[in-house]
Design a protein around this ligand. Structure first.
Ligand code: ADP
Ligand code: MG
Length: 418
């Protein structure tokens, strides 16, 4: 698919025009109304460059964004105010927040907006039409949003995390205005295309996280493409069960055991080797200070904690084995922590894999981290972003891309050019 880029729009000229931008300002917050605080400003920082480029080029910029999952009505705890305060602190251009999304407040503020200014509309999910299943309802909201920028307006999608959604501010809006891909979306796609189209080999995929059922589609799509799939995290116990091992009280999705057994068979047929742990850190309970021991992956119930033991991390031998596999790779994609990294005692496997990616990147491999918790884990463990080839801002969007799913936000952008 071909997309018009932000640079194409800038080349056309934006001075004196109103430009609608979909940004990702969905930041994590802590505290209570009215003392909410942004705990990770990564997405605000990532949104700055496109807004700055447009502002500097003389556009009047109107930003659409969502925060959390409000139920189609205004709710103070989902206000974009904390995110916009952060944006204002970081920006070297004027930033304001409208009182509503497409109501009187937004219309008056949009009408008064002058060149170089940025106006953020209140949480677009405060309007129930944003996420409606009804095409006409979403279309009506998109029309009201498009009216804010008038006849020579344009739309820029800079919210990669939202491209899987068939929402008014992501999908329907692109049918009403000339549409362009923002730099963030473009950067994500460049990397994801490298993974899917002729990746440099060996192509090693590391999968973890909590539930295998969340990741079935991506595993399915990677069999035959990836050379090796290293499995850790909570999902690994369904794999171990599929090999006939008992896993104590670890996270196990009984109803997926057969499916996973099928994957293991298909993998050996189609040239994708699944690499499973040889040792597991088994704890007596799910808590930060639980007593734990390292136990062979095929003997989890015979260790100190018996059938009550819970596997909370891959063991050190597995960490070293995964690192050795990653060291041989030319392309690495990693999604899902190797253990319950939120507890320091069970962060060892995740740290070992993160370090292996950093080393592989330094050796010239392409390393990509996708997934919200995976990105948070890498940062939380103190690895700087620039030691990886790419850390996706998109949460689940990169996985959905690798699943080979249609992403409505991208289809909509390409529509202009077809
Ligand atoms: P991502 O958001 O990167 O796609 P997931 O949401 O799939 O990742 O999984 C992240 C969660 O998986 C983390 O909160 C982590 O604690 C949990 N997890 C990892 N290993 C285990 C395990 N052995 N048992 C239970 N939960 C686990
Ligand atoms: Mg997650």
């Amino acid at each position: 698919m071909a997309y018009a880029s932000l640079d194409d729009l800038l080349a056309e000229g934006v001075r004196g025009r109103r430009i609608l931008v979909r940004s990702d300002l969905n930041v994590p917050l802590e505290g209570d109304v009215p003392w909410l605080r942004v705990t990770d400003d990564g997405r605000v920082r990532a949104s700055l460059p496109v807004l700055r480029k447009l502002s500097e080029a003389g556009a009047a910029v109107i930003v659409m964004a969502h925060l959390g999952r409000p139920k189609g009505a205004p709710e103070e705890k989902y206000s974009l105010k904390p995110a916009v305060d952060t944006l204002r602190d970081l920006a070297d251009f004027p930033v304001s927040l409208a009182h509503d999304t497409v109501g009187d407040g937004a219309r008056a503020a949009a009408a008064a907006l002058t060149d170089g200014e940025v106006l953020v509309l209140e949480n677009v999910r405060f309007d129930p039409r944003e996420t409606s299943k009804d095409d006409d309802e979403r279309g009506a909201l998109a029309r009201e949003l498009a009216d804010l920028v008038g006849p020579d307006g344009a739309y820029v999608d800079d919210a990669f995390g939202a491209v899987p959604r068939r929402h008014a501010s992501v999908y329907d809006i692109a049918a009403l205005l000339p549409s362009y891909q923002g730099d963030l979306v473009e950067a994500e796609l460049v990397v994801l295309e490298k993974l899917t189209r002729d990746p440099q080999r060996p192509f090693v995929v590391v999968l973890g996280g909590s539930k295998v059922s969340d990741k079935l589609a991506v595993i399915e799509n990677l069999i035959g493409t990836a050379d090796r799939i290293l499995v850790g995290g909570g999902m690994v116990f369904t794999f171990l069960a599929a090999q006939g091992h008992r896993v104590g009280a670890s996270l196990l999705e009984e109803d997926q055991v057969e499916t996973v057994r099928g994957y293991l068979e298909r993998g050996s047929r189609d040239g994708t080797r699944f690499v499973l742990p040889t040792d597991i850190v088994v704890a007596e309970k799910f808590s930060a200070d639980a007593a734990s021991s390292v136990i062979a992956a095929d003997a989890m119930e015979t260790g100190a904690h018996g059938a009550r033991g819970i596997g909370l991390d891959i063991g050190p031998a597995t960490g070293a084995d995964f690192a050795a596999n990653i060291a041989e790779a030319r392309t690495v994609f990693w999604n899902g922590p190797m253990g319950v990294f939120e507890f320091e005692a069970f962060a060892g496997g995740t740290r070992a894999v993160a370090q292996a990616l950093v080393d592989a990147q330094a050796d010239g491999a392409l390393t990509v981290v996708g997934g919200g918790d995976s990105a948070a884990a890498v940062r939380g463990l103190g690895f700087p972003d620039d030691r990886f080839g790419h850390i996706s801002t998109g949460g689940g969007a990169s996985l959905e891309y690798l699943e080979g799913k249609e992403l409505p936000g991208l289809t909509a952008l390409a529509r202009d050019e077809q």
